[in-house]
Design a protein around this ligand. Structure first.
Ligand code: SAH
Length: 464
């Protein structure tokens, strides 16, 4: 190891920046976040930097750097673009045993800035020891996506209770550690992250009491998670985080194997089916299974294709949980309409084509479809039909019969956002013929309206 990573408390302490331009300003912003008193020496000082320094209680000195300037400061930053000046600053600071950073010159520094994720009080810093900052930044981005944006709130929540818990658990190091590890893994931390601090506080007190009485009261929880239309990159950060905490995962046919594989490795995986009219588990049994698994203390992830609240029966599954007092969270997902539209270059609204969009289900009941056909006629509205592939003929005929022009463009997006995506384009009149004899796979989404005509211009062009 060439460096020792430390966290440096600079609150209300005097730091000196030599240099008055943009680079100096960037460093000043960091110092300011940490509450430092910022002093600046430079013949010319950027007004933003000057304002920041003055606001922090520091002094501005408008002239060239002198060696004497270093006295009284604990941290020196050289941020000029004149190499000999930077070298002198480094030399002088080292002679005085001060901490010094010269921007972009790791050889002149005895401290360097890491790439930072600031979720105060949680700080994550990544350093390449000054050798490859771009790599450090890339790693930081990877970490950033797996740390909840408001993880700092959880840090505060713990900090406020640390002393009390330690005292309650007789300062036993192992009990205290186990207590916090379990708490982090529980619905309490999820409540804090969801901003529901009152509930979290109540649950926390119950948990602490349970640990003290030796009757741990930790309950199971259900996460109803929208898994998006297929491409795993379309998962939300929150979905991924909860998937990686699951004890049990229930998923159905619409959720791609690549996504199921992203759940915690040793989580139990239960397929609950749902091919069209061939439900592997009837809805009632899925609802009951969620309740039973959560009551047994499991963290249950119910993965739904797309968004759980768009033709996803998410509402029904939640109702059962509420009746049994089981805590739950709902995570939105990218619905098939959004995914298919973007991946096939069909904007759902467009100033020149459509001012509104309507989502409907084309599910057939006893071979018929009961849609408000009259309301689907206006040109200015894009119509998106889920579960409509089998009823495509009926949809096209009914729309034409109710007055929609037969040459209205229509798109079928098959297995949207996956590597197997296919888009079939036609008009209400021609599309049944276009797909005749072709094998069109489920899931397929139907988009109707003049926005479909933009497909040829806006679709993603594969590089040659
Ligand atoms: N909750 C889901 C919809 C479930 S209904 C969502 O928000 O997307 C199932 C229907 O969604 C399918 O019949 C199909 O019309 C559509 N669908 C889901 N995923 C799709 C995909 N990857 N490509 C095309 N259509 C899809």
């Amino acid at each position: 190891m060439d460096y020792l990573p430390l966290c440096f408390k600079v609150k209300n302490r005097s730091c000196l920046i030599i240099g008055g331009g943009t680079i100096a300003y960037r460093k000043a912003v960091l110092l300011d976040k940490a509450g430092a008193k910022i002093n600046v020496v430079a013949p010319k000082i950027d007004p933003k930097l000057a304002a920041l320094a003055e606001q922090s209680g520091g002094v501005l000195t408008l002239r060239e750097y002198h060696s004497d300037d270093l006295h009284g400061h604990i941290f020196i930053i050289g941020a000029t673009d004149i190499e000999p000046v930077n070298e002198r600053v480094a030399h002088d600071a080292n002679a005085l045993g001060l901490l010094v950073n010269i921007v972009d010159s790791p050889d002149l520094c005895n401290v360097i800035f890491p790439a930072l994720i600031d979720r105060t009080p949680l700080l994550i810093s990544v350093s390449s020891s000054g050798s490859a900052p771009v790599l450090a930044r890339a790693i930081r981005s990877q970490i950033e996506s797996s740390v909840a944006a408001n993880i700092g709130e959880l840090g505060d929540f713990i900090a406020e209770r640390r002393t009390a818990v330690r005292a309650a658990l007789d300062n036993s190091e192992s009990r205290v550690r186990e207590f916090w590890e379990n708490m982090l893994d529980s619905e309490i931390s999820e409540r804090v992250l969801a901003g529901r601090n009152n509930e979290a506080d109540e649950l926390f007190n119950q948990y602490l009491q349970g640990v003290l009485d030796n009757s741990d009261t930790m309950k199971g929880e259900v996460y109803l998670v929208g898994a998006g239309p297929g491409d795993p990159d379309l998962l939300t950060f929150k979905a991924l985080r909860l998937m990686q905490r699951a004890d049990v995962v229930l998923y159905d046919r619409l959720v791609s194997p690549a996504i199921v594989d992203m759940t915690r490795r040793d989580a139990e995986r239960i397929y609950v089916g749902k091919a069209r009219s061939n439900h592997a588990l009837p809805q009632g049994e899925i609802n009951q299974l969620l309740i039973d698994l959560a009551k047994a203390g499991n963290k249950v992830v119910r993965l739904k294709g797309g968004d759980p609240f768009i033709f996803g029966r998410g509402g029904e599954e939640i109702e059962g949980l509420t009746e049994h007092g089981i805590p739950f969270q709902i995570v939105p997902g990218i619905s098939a309409a959004n995914g298919c539209a973007c991946y096939s270059g069909i904007p759902l609204t467009h100033r020149d084509h459509a001012q509104s969009v309507r989502f409907l289900t084309g599910h057939l009941k006893d071979g018929t479809m009961d849609l408000p056909w009259q309301e689907l006629i206006p040109d200015s509205q894009t119509v998106v039909i889920y579960m409509g592939l089998i009823g495509l003929d009926i949809i096209c005929k009914q729309l034409i019969a109710h007055g929609k022009p037969a040459d209205t463009p229509i798109a079928l997006v098959e297995r949207g956002t996956t590597p197997n995506q296919q888009t079939h384009i036609g008009t209400l009149e021609t599309i049944p013929g276009i797909i005749q004899g072709k094998e069109v796979h489920a899931p397929t989404l139907i988009i109707i309206g003049s926005v479909v005509s933009l497909h040829s211009r806006l679709q993603w062009l594969k590089p040659a």
